[in-house]
Structures are given as structure tokens and as C-alpha cells.
Write a protein that binds this ligand. Structure first.
Ligand SMILES: [Zn+2]
Length: 333
């Protein structure tokens, strides 16, 4: 009975927290005006050189962000000898404009392409800044459909890519090759990585959350584990810009792989012991991860592990059903 009461209390706290998260962006929403353009400081971003002519804009915010103009994800800039590729123009047009303004402080060369590493709103909501500059936006697979049908609550001005990547793509910026490669696991068939061979710099999108709990509601744990193993094997010496969190290298990829391995081991224990989902959800956050950001996502990680590993519901239709049942505030990150 005491156990039940504690569980009910936990549920009330969780539901209240989710309710607050859902309300927060609306309560503080303000339309960024031309008089108050975003700055790196106002967006909570720091500019970091990852390699010769390659930059990351690194977001430091926790989730949910305190205001809608703090960038949630990391952005990227790759400068070649005749043009520039930018990656993931953040979650709104003002932040997208900031990405292009930042390019202009680094080079006079024109931006030629914009890449969305996957469909989630925090990486694609800034696409209108690309569209207003008549730039081609590249994305993979079902990204148009996913953006149009799923991002409406978080992105009032959905602007999907009009160039669809299918298979391995290479862009050329003069002498510089930029490789775009497909990997599975985070976002239902829209994930790509971007790699610059001459500088050994890898931009993973959300296949890597570094020092943050990953968003997993439409991920596939087994596929994600396999992708991390492949990235570790394929890019063992690369400088790595994750989708969220500080710049890292193969150690960051190993750390997320370890986290997912631990989740799977836990979920297999639940299966062996006949643990109920309610019991599984009472798992305390492991001390090893106490300094990680995005702690609000941890209960969801447990739930996804229970669904996909304990119950074995990891087919695309089951994952889609699970995602659709999530509170709006927790759909797509
Ligand atoms: Zn993200």
C-alpha cells in the first residue's frame, strides 16, 4: 500500500512536470522581431572550431529550455574553397538567421546547402531562414512526411527539405568533399551523419547525445546500438560534434553505447524477473549519470526499454503507436 502510494505520488509529480513542460513554451512565447536579432549569447550558443574551416555552434541549454529563443541542439558550419554547408538551423527562424549571420562572420563564401540530420523540430524549425535565402534544404527518406504530420505543435512554420537524400551522398565545396551517410536508430528512418574526410570531423546529428539523456520515443534501441558500433568502427579518430552536448570523439560514442547496453541489460532483467512496467519505472537515475542534462527524458528512456526489450515491441508500427501516445511536449527532440 505504501509502495502504491509512493508510486501514485511519483505519477502525480511526473504528470505535473509534463504539464508544466507543455505549457512553458507557450507561456513565454514571443515572436523574435527584427529589432532584437538573436545573438550567440542570447541563444546560449558557443562557437567552436572543430577542424580547418569547420565549426560547431554548441548549445548549453537543459530541456525544456527556459525560453523559446535558447537553441536546443547544436548546429554546424563547413566551409570549403567555393562555398559553405550548414547543418541543423535550430528550432526557429531567428535562430536559423543567426546561423547564417555567423557564417558571414567567418567567410565571404556563399552558403550552398542546408542539411537536416533528421526531422525533429529542434533541428528543422529554423528551415524558413534557409528558404528565405532560396537555399536547397537536404533531408532523408520520410523526412517531409514526418515533419508535416508530426511537427505541427512545435513548429508553426514547417518548411520541409525539397531535396531528398536516398543512399550515400557526397557534396563538393570546391576541393572539399562532404559525405552524407544514412544510419538508423534515432528518428524512424530520417537520420544522417555528415563527415568531412580531409579534416576527420564527424557531425552525428542525434545519433549522439553527449552528457545528456537521449531522446528515444521514436528511436529503435537495437538499431541505435548497431549504428553506434558502426560509427565507432568507421570513424575511430574523428572529432565528433553530437546533436546535443559538448564536442567529443570516439569516447562520446562509446559512452552512449554503454548507456544503451545498460538499458538493454536492465530490460532483460525485468523480463527474466517478471517485473511490471510500473515497477520498472521506479528505477532511480544511476549515480554515474547524475551530472547529465535532459534528466526529464530518463523516465521515457526506461519506458522505451520496457516496450522494446522487455515486451519485444520494437517493430515500426509499435514504435509509432508509442510515439503518438506521448504527451505533445515529449514528441520529437
Ligand atoms: Zn535533437
Amino acid at each position: 500500500m505504501k509502495q502504491l502510494r509512493r508510486w501514485m505520488l511519483g505519477l502525480v509529480v511526473l504528470v505535473t512536470a509534463l504539464g508544466l513542460m507543455a505549457l512553458q513554451p507557450r507561456a513565454t512565447a514571443q515572436t523574435p522581431s527584427a529589432e532584437t536579432p538573436a545573438t550567440l549569447a542570447s541563444a546560449g550558443l558557443t562557437l567552436e572550431e572543430l577542424g580547418d574551416g569547420i565549426y560547431g555552434l554548441i548549445a548549453s541549454v537543459d530541456f525544456p529550455p527556459a525560453n523559446p529563443n535558447l537553441a536546443i541542439c547544436n548546429g554546424g558550419i563547413i566551409i570549403g574553397s567555393d562555398g559553405v554547408v550548414v547543418i541543423d538551423p535550430f528550432q526557429n527562424e531567428a535562430l536559423g538567421d543567426l546561423l547564417f549571420d555567423t557564417v558571414a562572420t567567418l567567410t565571404e563564401l556563399p552558403v550552398k546547402y542546408v542539411v537536416n540530420t533528421h526531422y525533429h523540430f529542434d533541428h528543422t524549425g529554423g528551415n524558413p531562414a534557409a528558404a528565405s535565402r532560396d537555399l536547397p534544404i537536404l533531408g532523408r527518406g520520410p523526412i517531409r512526411d514526418f515533419m508535416l504530420t508530426r511537427n505541427g505543435d512545435r513548429d508553426p512554420n514547417i518548411t520541409p527539405p525539397e531535396v531528398i537524400i536516398d543512399g550515400a551522398w557526397d557534396l563538393w565545396l570546391g576541393e572539399r568533399q562532404v559525405q552524407i551517410r544514412e544510419f538508423e536508430g534515432h528518428s524512424g528512418g530520417t537520420d544522417v551523419i555528415v563527415y568531412v574526410p580531409d579534416a576527420d570531423v564527424l557531425l552525428t546529428g542525434d545519433l549522439l547525445f553527449n552528457e545528456r539523456f537521449p531522446y528515444m520515443a521514436d528511436g529503435n534501441i537495437r538499431a541505435w546500438q548497431a549504428s553506434l558500433a558502426a560509427l565507432i568502427a568507421d570513424y575511430p579518430t574523428a572529432t565528433v560534434l553530437p546533436g546535443h552536448g559538448p564536442v567529443t570523439d570516439v569516447d562520446g560514442l562509446e559512452a552512449l553505447k554503454t548507456y544503451l547496453n545498460q538499458l538493454v541489460a536492465l530490460a532483460l532483467d525485468w523480463k527474466a524477473n517478471g517485473t511490471t512496467q510500473a515497477e520498472a519505472m521506479t528505477m532511480a537515475l544511476p549515480a554515474q549519470y547524475s551530472t547529465f542534462k535532459f534528466q526529464a527524458l530518463y523516465p521515457g528512456n526506461l519506458e522505451v526499454a520496457y516496450q522494446q526489450i522487455t515486451l519485444g515491441q520494437d517493430d515500426a508500427a509499435s514504435i509509432q503507436r508509442y510515439l503518438a501516445a506521448q504527451p505533445k511536449a515529449l514528441q520529437a527532440l
